[in-house]
Design a protein around this ligand. Structure first.
Ligand code: IPD
Ligand code: CA
Ligand code: CA
Length: 257
């Protein structure tokens, strides 16, 4: 593993340990962009911890983390961090959430790690060196028809009011796939797709920190990522389709209606 990925894995484990240790404690919960967009004391604590650790290890690197202002670096490296992906789950005591740390070099995603501290699963990937869960190399699934596929998606925090939301796509995929899951952590959805547990994923209105690590992981596991029309996957996180590759065309067709 490269130096930065090794440090990213250590930091993800440390933040994950904090999430696990405080999981059963009383929460301080505030709202952000809407009444259903939550941030907890643990999101903020993990964000601060991760920034401190990155700053100490690689002081010249840039940082984009969900709960603080962007920090511009001087080295060409940028860390793209969701300190706690699955905040609604965390706030309710639903044990499905993760730390996601992506690594970008000169504007290109080159590696990342996603850590689920409840199951103690640490996913990692590096461009050209594969995607891994512990010592196991990850490969996407071989399911090649939608009717046998398990898909994953999620809904943005503007779902109560947005006109262009995910509900029409959700309805279409529910009628075509074997099943669709909405488990509440986009980072874990993407890691699970890389691990062959899900066969496809789509979502609108994600953010860079939700997808940075997962997009690299899927490519390294042999999958495909794109926007909703089949163009390059936007690193902004908006309008993402990801799949084992075999289902990609069928998913794009469902989306195009
Ligand atoms: C959310 C989760 C969820 C997705 C939302 C994200 P957060 O991230 O990844 O699965 O559907 O769009 O915002 O707020 O828990 O970090
Ligand atoms: Ca997130
Ligand atoms: Ca988050």
């Amino acid at each position: 593993m490269s130096d930065r990925l090794t440090v990213a894995v250590d930091i993800a484990r440390e933040a994950g340990a904090l999430q696990r240790a405080r999981f059963s404690e009383p929460r301080t919960i505030e709202t952000k962009s809407s009444a259903i967009d939550l941030v907890t004391d643990v999101d903020r604590a993990c964000d601060a911890l991760i920034r401190k650790r990155i700053g100490a290890a690689f002081p010249g690197d840039g940082m984009l983390t969900e709960e603080d202002a962007e920090h511009t670096g001087t080295t060409g490296w940028r860390w793209i961090v969701d300190p706690l992906d699955g905040t609604t789950n965390y706030a309710h005591g639903f044990p499905h959430f993760a730390v996601s740390i992506g690594l970008e070099r000169d504007g290109e995603l080159v590696g990342g790690t996603i850590h689920d501290p409840i199951r103690d699963e640490l996913f990692r990937a590096e461009r050209g060196a594969g995607a891994w869960l512990g010592d196991t190399r990850l490969r996407v699934s071989t399911i090649d028809d939608l009717e046998r596929s398990l898909l994953a998606t999620g809904f943005a925090y503007n779902v109560h009011s947005a006109e262009n939301d995910n509900l029409p796509y959700f309805r279409r995929f529910m009628r075509r796939a074997q099943a669709v899951r909405r488990a509440g952590s986009a980072a874990l959805d993407l890691a699970y797709l890389a691990a062959g547990r899900f066969d496809g994923f789509w979502e609108l209105n994600l953010h860079p920190w939700d997808v940075a690590a997962g997009l690299v992981m899927i490519i390294e596991a042999g999958g495909r990522t794109s926007d909703l029309e089949g163009g390059p996957a936007p690193s902004s996180g908006e309008r993402i389709v990801a799949s084992n590759g075999l289902l990609h065309g069928a998913m794009l067709e469902v989306i195009s209606g």
